[in-house]
Design a protein. Structure first.
Length: 642
């Protein structure tokens, strides 16, 4: 195992005095991959850092009345504090102001210059200072930067240029011959199109400001900030000084970046490496942005969400889970505090936390607080066990393609299946019959073992979670069953282990309804409530015409081309029905499978999007939330609701 290495990087971050939740995603995602690879036995090197040079920093420092280094020092300290709060397990943090970095940047620049691939000329064109990017006239959008939409400046100055155009054909060939080099595929296609439009030589020095690394052959120039910043991936490995670490970890296995800087990492950076005779990284993955309803987060819009505040309110694991679960593969995700609370209450409190609570409560009540050894296996056990054995492989498959959201989805499929297993096996009923003691032992053991597998799989995503679960299950000292490989074999929990029930792993977040102050006109919601009070009463005879029944959800799926409808197959007694319900904005299909819900069984069938719906699921609605009505006790499907 010692010969397997994995080098993962995030972009080095521009020092901003407003850290927001969007900054956190890339680093949390990279940390998850690093932790996963370590659990798989890899020798991991995980790099992050700060990009501190450039005209933008120089201007901001001047506005603040500080020297540039003094200005960035405090901000970099804030970055490190946030990474610590998020439990980021980086092995190195590099600053572009460090001497170890400057030496490598100057050495690479001179090497490329000496072979004739950097030359002096004059630059005249458009420059976006916030993005630190040069643009051609044809690339502007309505005269503004095509990336950020802000005004650009017309520059004219003596500059050094890198012959990037020389490497266009070679780079295009590399991308086409290595389909995994740029992921996801949409980003790959964008970069191929960009190269085919024609690559210009790149301006790689500036003279109109001084805050940067001096050009080694001409001290009145400083090196262009992206040439400087991108080189951190090899300067952090000691390239050119002590190559032992570089030889061990390079080429990088994964550069993880936001979609807005994919071009720098897949065109400029590979061209520099080709010119320097250095192998290219294996993969660059460009993820989407975490957006608010009003678009990207920014200080100017006043919509910055501070991750430290969220961690303080909801806990680090909940924040990490939300970030990783909410970002679809390669696409944009959306943040709102309501969505965060919904994830906490539904996925973490209801699904996972409730599973821990129910399992430990039943072991305590029915087995004197000791996890029993299992007895004979039955078909319902085999179904759970087979899913538990398949899940680690599916999680690995999704992680390897960097689909963290669906990796968590696979884990939660097992969580929900285990909750359904409780309803199917009804341990409380088994406990009433001494003759079924062996069967009860098997069920309780399987619940503890399924929880172990889920907890191990959650470890890279939520690093503080496992200790809380191990403490309640009494498994703190059994390190050999905390490993990733141990999830491949069912039966790791030692029978006879004493548990220790504890507080809720994820307490439910109670939300308060917002009402007006005394004397204010009633809100729209209040008016609606008042109107509802005035509705006519119905008689008991009218109510008795409703046939309300308990139904078990067997299958659930989204209705194509809608974002509100779910198609459910439910069992009402011995009868199976199809019901279309407008609850897709509040429930994922897998959350409903196995739940026992209340349906109006004698509602006239109706065609909805071409599907015949044979009933109605009852749900409570309030304060822009919805909850399907379920039954607390284990009643059979088809039971009448009175």
């Amino acid at each position: 195992m010692g010969n397997k290495t994995y080098y993962i990087t995030t972009p080095i971050y521009y020092p901003s005095d407003n850290l927001h939740i969007g900054h956190a995603y890339t680093t949390v995602a990279a940390d998850t991959m690093a932790r996963f690879k370590r659990m798989k036995g890899y020798d991991v090197w995980f790099l992050t850092g700060s990009d501190e040079h450039g005209q933008k920093i120089e201007r901001k420092a001047k506005e603040a009345g500080k020297e540039p280094l003094e200005y960035v020092d405090k901000i970099v300290a804030n970055f490190k504090h946030l990474w610590k709060a998020l439990h980021i397990s980086n092995d190195d943090f590099i600053r572009t102001t460090e001497e170890r970095h400057k030496k490598v940047v100057q050495a690479i620049f001179k090497k490329i210059y000496d072979q004739g691939d950097i030359y002096k000329s004059e630059y005249e064109g458009w420059y976006c200072t916030p993005c630190e990017t040069f643009w051609l006239e044809r690339q502007l959008k309505e005269g503004n930067c095509p990336d950020c939409g802000r005004p650009v400046e017309l520059l004219k100055e003596e500059s050094y240029f890198f012959r990037m155009s020389k490497y266009a054909d070679r780079l295009l060939q590399h991308i086409e011959e290595n389909p995994d080099f740029i992921q996801p595929e949409t980003r790959r296609n964008e970069m191929i199109s960009f190269i085919k439009q024609g690559l210009e030589d790149l301006c790689v020095s500036r003279t109109t400001f001084k805050w940067g690394i001096p050009v080694p052959i001409d001290q009145k120039h400083v090196i262009y900030v992206w040439f400087d910043a991108l080189t951190n991936y090899i300067s952090a490995l000691g390239y050119g000084e002590d190559n032992s670490k570089f030889d061990k970890y390079w080429p990088a296995d994964l550069h993880l970046v936001g979609k807005d800087i994919v071009r720098f990492h897949t065109i400029i950076w590979p061209a520099i490496l080709m010119a320097a005779g250095i192998e290219l990284p294996k993969k660059v993955f460009g993820h989407g942005w975490l957006l608010l309803e009003g678009g990207k987060m920014s200080k100017s819009k006043g919509n910055v969400v501070d991750p430290l505040v969220l961690i303080e309110k909801y806990g680090v694991d909940a924040v990490r889970y939300f970030l990783l679960r909410e970002m679809p593969y390669g696409e944009d995700g959306y943040y709102s505090e309501d969505a965060l609370i919904e994830r906490i209450n539904t996925d973490l409190a209801n699904d996972f936390g409730n599973l821990v609570s129910r399992t430990t409560a039943m072991i305590e009540k029915f087995a004197e607080g000791v996890i029993p050894s299992p007895g004979q296996e039955e078909p319902v056990d085999r179904e759970l066990i087979e899913l538990a054995e398949q899940t680690p492989r599916e999680v690995e498959r999704q992680l390897e393609r960097f689909d963290l959201s669906n990796a968590l989805g696979a884990i939660w499929k097992l969580v929900n299946r285990t909750n359904k297993y409780i309803d199917e096996t009804a341990p409380w009923a088994l406990a009433r019959d001494p003759a079924k003691r062996s069967r009860l032992n098997t069920v309780l053991y399987n619940l503890a073992e399924a929880l172990r597998v889920v907890t191990v799989l959650c470890t890279p995503f939520m690093p503080t979670l496992p200790d809380k679960v191990w403490q309640q299950l009494g498994l703190q000292e059994f390190k050999d069953i905390h490993t990733w490989d141990s999830t491949m074999r069912w039966g790791g929990v030692p029978g006879g282990t004493k548990i220790q029930r504890g507080p809720a792993i994820f307490p439910r977040i109670e939300t308060k309804e917002k009402g007006g102050e005394a004397g204010e006109a009633p809100s729209g919601k209040e008016e609606k409530r008042q109107q509802e009070k005035q509705k006519e009463f119905i008689s008991i005879e009218e109510f008795s015409r409703l046939d309300l029944r308990i139904a078990e959800v067997l299958e659930a799926e989204n209705v194509p081309k809608t974002d509100k409808l779910l198609k459910l197959k439910v069992k009402v007694g011995e009868e199976e029905r199809t019901v279309v319900a407008g609850i897709a904005q509040y429930y994922r299909p897998e959350e409903l499978i196995g739940k026992k819900v209340v349906v109006v069984a004698n509602l006239q069938p109706a065609k909805i999007r071409g599907i015949t719906s044979e009933g109605m699921i009852l749900a409570a609605v309030g304060d822009e939330q919805l909850g399907v009505l379920t039954v607390e006790k284990d009643l059979p499907s088809g039971a009448k609701v009175r």
